[in-house]
Design a protein around this ligand. Sequence first.
Ligand SMILES: CCCCCCCCCCCCC/C=C/C(=O)SCCNC(=O)CCNC(=O)[C@H](O)C(C)(C)COP(=O)(O)OP(=O)(O)OC[C@H]1O[C@@H](n2cnc3c(N)ncnc32)[C@H](O)[C@@H]1OP(=O)(O)O
Length: 719
Amino acid sequence: MAQYTRVSGSVGLITLQSPPVNALSAAVRQGIVDLMQRALSEPEVKSVVICGQNGIFCGGADIKEFGGQMSGPPLIPMIHAIEAASKPVVAAIEGIALGGGLELALGCHYRIAHSKARVGLPEVTLGLLPGAGGSQRLPRLIGVPAALDLITTGRHVTAAEALKFGLVDQITDHNTVNVAVKFAQRVADQPLDARRISTYPCLCPSDVAVLFEEVMQRVRRTARGAIAPIACVQAVRAAATLPYNQGMERERELMATLFTSGQARALQYFFFAQRAVGRWSMPSGARWDTSKPRPVHKAAVIGLGTMGRGITVALAQAGFSVVAVETQEKQLMEAKQAISGMLERGAKRRGVAPALDKINYGRNIQSVADVDLVIEAVFEDMALKKKVFQQLSAVCKPSTFLCSNTSGLDIDQLACQTRNPELVVGMHFFAPAHVMKLLEVVYGPKSSPLAVATAMQLGKKIGKVSVAVGNCRGFVGNRMLKPYLEQALFLLEEGATPEFVDQVLEEFGFAMGVFRMSDLSGLDVGWKVRMADGLAMPDPTTGQPTRLRQGRRYSPLGDLLCEQGRFGQKTGRGWYQYDKPGSQVAKPDPWLHSFLDEYRARHALVAHRIDHQEVLERCLYSMINEGFRILEDGIAAGPEDIDVIYVFGYSWPRHHGGPMFYAATVGLNKVLERLEHYYQAHPDVPSLQPCHLLRKLVASGSPPIQKWREVIKKVRSQL
Ligand SMILES: CCCCCCCCCCCCC/C=C/C(=O)SCCNC(=O)CCNC(=O)[C@H](O)C(C)(C)COP(=O)(O)OP(=O)(O)OC[C@H]1O[C@@H](n2cnc3c(N)ncnc32)[C@H](O)[C@@H]1OP(=O)(O)O
């Protein structure tokens, strides 16, 4: 919807009204079309201002409409009509002008922005391109290099940057609508020909062909298989090389391909999934909207290893007072230096002062007595963590929330060490903790909704996408990783190489294949866990078979590498070889290939030809199957939670939506059928056995992912 008012006698003011972000829904577009006609037909009106209600210009096309039948006036002719208008039209940009919102502003003759406004063309992040003339007008207005940057990255720019580019004509600290109205009055009689961006020649640097080649190569390298960034480059190239009308035709063709693509569907699903995880719920019925968080002013971090340092930086950067505790003097000194360095580098990048004074360092756990919330980040060792929780419970005020940064240990066991177990939750950060967006907030059986709400809110305040998950070994992310890693090892036993498995996964879109990733994170990490679990290094005296544990297939390959001191990048050898310890360039290692040959011979394993499809299906479907078990167990509230965890924490390619969305795209019946096939071939691998929920969903006719929760509820109630 849109509202029309006449201001100062001669200015027609059109206000977009579609909360929360004034998206260009069919009703809003209809409103603009009608009200523009009215403003142009009223003789007293000499100029027009377009603004948005509640201090927000426009968040772009209404993404919810993309999935269905589009109705209402189309955007492109609507913007053309504004540009062609005989009276000056001024966009008054407050808050945001994004996507179609900025394209609307580019159709106006002038743009006035508030100094706090942000503008951008983020369509690429939704699998689209600025298909309402944005790919053709922006390069004509700000030049090809800047337009390529904005359109291929989708980044938002500040009003100051927009002014520098020439994207807006003026910025103001005052009431933007008032300023725009005055401006509109001033320009009422000015000729408009020079203000219609579609008539501008496209500003190209002399080496434009080289520029396009370079950008295309960069985009192909970083897109990880996403098609929209490539189409964005092609559309801007059309602006640079074709007359406007032909450029628009090319924009339309490219947009038509993207608009109906699976990638666009996946990215748009993911947009809403990201927002849905904030509306968390627990099996007890506690929910985000009925559970109030308690404010946190002062926090503490216990243990300043890699994770503790990152968490301290994240808290301090967000403005929290932090007590950072490390009991070892040498470790404390090193941590202080590292944290200061991280804060200084971060502050330099953001052009602000480093938050060094937010942190008080100490060696004594007593120093956390008055904090509101503690994040314990000591080694992943249950006995040690239990001791720390006992101490914290004795030292802290009774209302202090006690959180553990653990990647999979039992939160309930920690809660049992404290006086107030209801105030204990897990906060599983991902390394590096000040950079990675994901936070799993883990509730145990005793955790109160208050503790969950407080941890979720803290996560949001430090810039994380927080997902509330239940308490089980590995929570959501690492629990699903287990079958994925396991399949990768089995594939090596059966004839694949680490290079081939990684290549398939990287072509799918992962930033790194499973073996390169293991080399980066360190093979010894999992080895220690397996040793603690009694899995690694079978005792020959017990006669435990090397490749079987409790009747299940087990691959000791990772353990054998660790026994050789091959821990990955840090030792210069792992699944790959490196020039020197710490080097990041992975090279195939002939030693590893001979080692695999010998291993297969020793265990009478006959290598067979493993193809692309088998790698993908076994690695991904076993992980997806575990995802369904997690839903069945109530560890994740819905598929969106799993997908958000995988995209933000495990580099799952966003244009595939996340593992559960991917399963829906492939077809649940196909996933089921392939799992059945592989389970038949490998009956000693329980993770390949299709779970009950997957069968139930297929039996229910494979409903769309948005309807899975209904089936999940029924399955859970039967368990
Ligand atoms: C058959 C072939 C046909 C082919 C041809 C088809 C032609 C079609 C032509 C169409 C041309 C279209 C060209 C233009 C495309 C676009 O404009 S795409 C949209 C671009 N805009 C964006 O990407 C902005 C997305 N939104 C955001 O980044 C943020 O929401 C925000 C605006 C910066 C606000 O952030 P914040 O304050 O943190 O609030 P949020 O929680 O994120 O959002 C609040 C709620 O608003 C909902 N929402 C936000 N933006 C939109 C939107 N554009 N459409 C619909 N809904 C939106 C968001 O989902 C939140 O609601 P809840 O999910 O209910 O919480």
